[in-house]
Design a binder for this molecule. Structure first.
Ligand code: 26Q
Length: 819
């Protein structure tokens, strides 16, 4: 790849913008609405990416380039406009261009609805990876689903979560291009048939119905390098032939019903729930996008005039969790039934194509499909999976003779209770590489969840610690911090985050510390204004901003955080003049709609907020705010405003976590458990710059073996008793004793997530953090060192590891180009 001059002039951008207002939106500039201006500007910026985008198509057809295909059911890219402008090095140019027309860029940019095509960490990780892949100049296609309705919009009414539909495509999406003449058919149901061709026994699948997949492409620009990849999301449309036969038979309403039904496949993103009704559709979605993606890869492969025997030389496909792992059986089917390849060759190619990333240790979260559902929907794939299983188990019997228990545990088919297809087992068996997402997680995978597989194929396993893109999470989200760092150490850190080490020598410099604090205070003030405007709650930017944002889940223990706030409140009530640094506690995150306990945790946080925000004794020392509808857009404000980052999951439960890295990069200091990526953050920043507390995985194991009795911890801690008793007797909830009973029953009963065991240690660690904060110079040093030592957590480092060790593709040496 050669260096390109991509500097855009203000007049080019202005002409492009005005041109689109007139020619695309059909309005004179003076009568155009802000939304129309957003669309016109997006088109003008997209135009600037188009030629570079077309260049990367050559890579798909260039025999010497291996293409990375990232297969993910979720993507959370965040708003495109400002990111695209930034990648072109044109934010200020654009501001200038619009200024002359009397138009404010920021007013336009806030109108962009973000594509909420994911639930949380896994979807956001896919988006960070796409940014790094483009920035490193790696030819990539990100494949996924174009959900018409993304993750629900969250409102909080009377402290309870309410879900509203997300109509993100309502006003059209200027960032996508539908490629309607490249589409694929995807079958469902029906039966399989055996037949003989040229003396060979073969199988064909006769599906009961078919759907057409149409790709919608979104450009993914690299940072200031003139390289643009594509995100290709599939949308389901009814097959024409469907309607025809029914129309001809005079069944008009039946034809329309079938059309509507087939198009529901890409309608809605599912939350991670146990909702039975959604199960079948979710499997349909997974198969639909995976099949379209593999058919697309085969089409592109053939376009080069190459034999399919080289498929794995040209393509490498990464499975983002098991959601696309049906692709292993689908590639086998396409190669054998479609291309006439024999089993052994098809299996060699399939295994050499896929890599599998695991994102969870919780055995109950490993994907399983009921066998009757699976074989009704995908009968040919069921046959193929049985055959893979036969070959695999034969091999295991040879490797572990007589160990029938092991064979039963490893089978792709689960036989306990209702029979199931175990997707994680399929993913491991059908891939060349398997990885976890943080060191601890990868170790625990080998020791527990995937232990048998590790013993069978040790060389397949590795760790790839997650990372996040500093382009969005630092440069875009905190422009003032960026300026300060640029002035201090230059700009190389934008594409080589280890360069931030250069800040270490300023960690104790009083002038630099002052600028550092000023930059953080500015973002805190902005967030305070936002909170005042949206929630009507005043917060003090001088107080400690102590923030926990992530999906709401018992293992993440937002309720432990709430218990600590209640403990501080009790201390104030007992002694209203007690000395205590002022704290603002911010929470954000969505609960799965059917997860009753998670919804009660939100209610708990809001109840604690009502209590402490309005009690005159508190004298503003505590503020608690639940920020509704936490998403990427809100994340920009939040990650840059934290003093303390709450990463308090029960040890061994959070595979990695990535929010922790966004806080750290922006100078947030972590209070956290020995879990996920926390372990590595602490190692990088040094133990004196991290507030560690709580039981380790081994200590929890030991306690469990000895018998864990939460009541013992309740008895031992007077502060804990006061908080628990207060919740039970309704003291914190206007006398309502019933409200939090389910929560208390869990905590005092089994306490599966060891909140009570960790409570005292958490309170002590919080006290230490509060003390550190009151020493301005000490805290500033900690904050600066957290940023300076965050280099490891750039997704550029993660992607380099995947490229070198799994995908075997070269990364471009180009970094930080500015023409
Ligand atoms: C499953 C079945 C039915 C419907 C939905 C799902 C489903 C959807 C999303 C299951 C899981 C997810 C998402 C999981 C996820 O986000 N995991 C997180 O991945 C991050 C990136 O690796 C890690 O940092 C987090 O630790 C991990 O929890």
């Amino acid at each position: 790849m050669e260096r390109k001059d991509f500097q855009i002039s203000a007049s080019d951008l202005r002409n492009g913008f005005v041109g689109h207002v007139v020619h695309t939106m059909g309005k004179p500039l003076e009568y155009s609405s802000t939304m129309e201006r957003y669309h016109a500007l997006s088109h003008a910026v997209r135009d600037q990416l188009m030629e570079k985008w077309i260049d990367t198509i050559e890579g798909y057809l260039d025999r010497s380039i291996r293409v990375v295909c990232y297969l993910s059911a979720e993507y959370l890219p965040g708003p495109h406009l400002m990111n695209a402008l930034q990648s072109l090095g044109a934010i200020e140019t654009c501001r200038e261009a619009l200024d002359e027309l009397g138009i404010d860029l920021d007013e336009i940019a806030v109108l962009e609805p973000e594509p909420g095509l994911g639930n949380g960490g896994l979807g956001r990780l896919a988006a960070c990876f796409m940014d790094s892949l483009a920035t490193l100049g790696v030819t990539t296609i990100g494949y996924g689903l174009r959900y018409e309705f993304g993750i629900f919009r969250q409102e909080i009414r009377d402290g309870w979560q309410v879900e509203l539909s997300d109509r993100w495509l309502q006003y059209g999406n200027p960032w996508e291009i539908a490629i309607k003449d490249t589409s694929f058919e995807v079958g469902f149901g029906g039966h399989t048939e055996e037949y003989i061709e040229a003396g060979l026994q073969k199988w064909r699948w006769v599906p009961g119905s078919k759907v057409r997949g149409v790709p919608y492409d979104t450009p993914i620009p690299g940072y200031e390098n003139g390289f643009v990849n594509r995100l290709r999301l599939w949308s389901a449309v009814a097959m024409d032939s469907f309607d025809l036969s029914e129309f001809n038979a005079g069944h008009y309403t039946e034809a329309v019903r079938q059309k509507v039904e087939s198009e529901t496949i890409s309608k809605i993103l599912y939350p991670p729930d146990d909702d039975d009704a959604g199960k079948r559709l979710r499997l349909e979605q997974q198969y639909f996008f995976t099949s379209c993606s593999l058919q697309d890869m085969i089409r592109l492969h053939k376009l080069q005039g190459k034999s399919l025997s080289d498929f794995h030389q040209k393509w490498t496909a990464q499975l983002n969790d098991t959601h696309p792992s049906i692709g292993i059986a689908e590639l086998m089917r396409l190669l054998m039934d479609g291309e006439g390849m024999g089993w052994d060759e098809a299996w060699t190619i399939t295994q050499a194509t896929f890599g599998y990333t695991n994102h969870t240790l919780l055995p109950e979260a490993l994907e399983k499909w009921s066998l009757p559902l699976f074989s009704a929907l995908l009968p040919r794939h069921m046959q193929i999976i049985y055959e893979i299983n036969e070959h695999f188990l034969d091999q295991m019997r040879e490797q572990f003779p007589g160990d029938t228990d092991r064979i039963r545990r490893m089978s792709l088919i689960g036989e306990e209770g209702d029979r199931t297809v175990r997707m994680a087992h399929l993913a491991v068996v059908g891939s060349k590489a398997v990885n976890g997402v943080a060191e601890l997680h990868s170790e625990l995978l080998k020791e527990s969840t995937l232990r048998d597989f590790y013993e069978a194929y040790p060389q397949r396993f590795s760790n790839k610690t997650n990372g996040v893109t500093p382009r969005r999470w630092m440069l875009l989200a905190a422009p003032k911090l960026r300026d300060l760092i640029d002035e201090t150490i230059g700009t190389a850190w934008h594409t080589d985050l280890f360069e931030l080490r250069g800040l270490e020598r300023f960690a104790d410099d009083p002038t630099f510390q002052k600028s550092w604090r000023a930059s953080k205070e500015l973002t805190k003030e902005n967030l305070s204004k936002y909170i005042e405007a949206t929630q009507g709650i005043s917060t003090d930017p001088q107080s400690i901003f102590d923030i926990q944002v992530k999906r709401i889940h018992e293992y993440k223990r937002q309720h432990l955080n709430a218990l600590h706030i209640l403990a501080l409140y009790c201390q104030i009530k007992a002694n209203p003049n007690i000395e205590m640094p002022s704290r603002t506690f911010l929470f954000g995150g969505k609960a799965a709609p059917s997860y009753v306990m998670a919804k009660l945790m939100i209610k708990l946080v809001c109840t604690v907020g009502d209590l402490v925000n309005n009690d005159p004794d508190v004298k503003g020392r505590l503020k608690v705010v639940f920020l509704p509808n936490y998403n990427v857009t809100l994340g920009h404000r939040i990650y840059t405003s934290a003093d303390l980052s709450e990463q308090i999951s029960m040890a061994g439960k959070e595979a990695s976590g990535t929010g922790c890295m966004k806080f750290q990069m922006n100078g947030g200091v972590t209070i956290g458990t020995f879990d996920g990526a926390n372990v590595e953050i602490r190692k990088e920043v040094g133990e004196e710059n991290f507030f560690l507390f709580g039981l380790t995985v081994q200590e929890i194991e030991k306690l469990t073996e000895e018998g864990y009795h939460p009541h013992n911890f309740y008895e031992k801690s007077s502060l804990l008793r006061e908080v628990i008793d207060g919740l039970a007797d309704g003291r914190f909830s206007n006398g309502d004793r019933e409200l939090f009973r389910p929560l208390l029953t869990e905590l005092m009963g089994s306490d599966r997530y060891f909140l009570l065991a960790d409570f005292d240690a958490y309170v002590a660690s919080q006290r230490a953090a509060g003390e550190a904060y009151t020493d301005l110079a000490r805290w500033s040093r900690m904050s600066i060192l957290n940023t300076a030592r965050s280099g490891k957590f750039s997704s550029d480092r993660t992607i380099r590891e995947y490229c070198n060790e799994i995908w075997k593709v070269p990364v471009s040496a180009l970094t930080g180009l500015k023409s």
